[in-house]
Design a protein around this ligand. Structure first.
Ligand code: ZN
Length: 281
């Protein structure tokens, strides 16, 4: 039995059940912390909690607008550029031979239905699988990587292409770190709830038009390889996020960008959906 762990707008850890949201601390009589960053570190034990809560009435309806980012305060957020062959090709870039890493700064995190400010005419969409580290460490081998993962969630790596490529040489981090440029959620979904965590379908629709349609099995560097590479350099901490890259179909390759009034819907099958309106800054 697995879990879907989210964070409500009061900052408390909640489990997303069939009937609604269940307050984790209350439902476990204080065994688990209300602090989602503390709770997610005990992901192994959390998997069993679902069984014990079967039949328990929800504390609140499953209102996604009531949720903040499911991981509200990671110590590190890693992004991976050009990690799908099709996306590297549409970008006119050579396939990477080592992972191309940048960061999205923590202040860009937002909840699953957050409004995204359209800060320029060059703001683009990137649906991504986001990995949530449960147990950190250094030098984690690829074949042990999934055992260090608390779960996965849906992320949007919203990107201002002008800022991303403004400097020479370019750096990606600033153009991807405006307010609410990192909506995630709705929940951390434990790995055991996924049929094959290395083959998940992900899509992004903008105003009902299917812009991206890919599978994580097409990743150039899969989750195991990314965890191995990152942990060979940086110590990973519980709660760290890895935005694993986006498949083909981004706006810049089509000469189209997000406009105020549009709605982005980003989905990973079996994980969840983000719905984000584009608004005036
Ligand atoms: Zn990205």
């Amino acid at each position: 039995m697995g879990f879907r762990l989210a964070t409500n707008l009061g900052g408390r850890a909640v489990l997303v059940g069939d009937d609604g949201l269940i307050d984790l601390e209350a439902a476990t009589n204080g065994e688990f912390s209300a602090d989602p960053m503390v709770a997610l570190a005990r992901y192994d034990e959390l998997r069993a909690v679902g069984d014990r809560l079967v039949g328990r009435a929800a504390d609140a309806p499953a209102d996604l607008d009531a949720l903040g980012p499911c991981v509200p305060a990671p110590r590190q957020i890693f992004g991976v550029g050009l990690n799908y062959r099709s996306h590297a090709e549409e970008s006119g870039m050579a396939l990477p031979t080592v992972p191309m890493i940048f960061t999205k700064f923590v202040s860009s995190l937002a909840g699953p239905t957050a409004d995204v400010p359209i800060v320029s005419g060059l703001v683009d969409w990137e649906v991504e699988l986001v990995v949530v580290i449960g147990r950190g460490g250094r030098d984690i081998p690829a074949n042990a990587a999934w055992s260090h993962v608390a779960g996965v969630t849906v992320g949007q790596d919203v990107s201002d292409r002008g800022v991303q490529f403004a400097s020479n040489p370019a750096q990606f981090s600033m153009g991807k770190s405006f307010r609410a440029f990192a909506p995630i959620g709705p929940a951390i979904v434990s790995v055991d709830l996924l049929d094959d965590p290395d083959d998940l379908a992900l899509t992004c629709d903008v105003d009902g038009v299917r812009e991206q349609d890919g599978r994580t099995s097409d990743l150039i560097f899969d989750v195991g390889s990314l965890v191995e590479y990152l942990s060979s350099i940086c110590e990973l901490y519980s709660g760290d996020l890895i935005f694993t890259g986006t498949p083909a179909g981004v706006g810049v390759a089509k000469g189209r960008f997000l406009a105020v009034g549009q709605t982005m819907v980003s989905t990973i099958d079996g994980v969840g959906t983000l719905t984000n309106r584009c608004v005036t800054p």
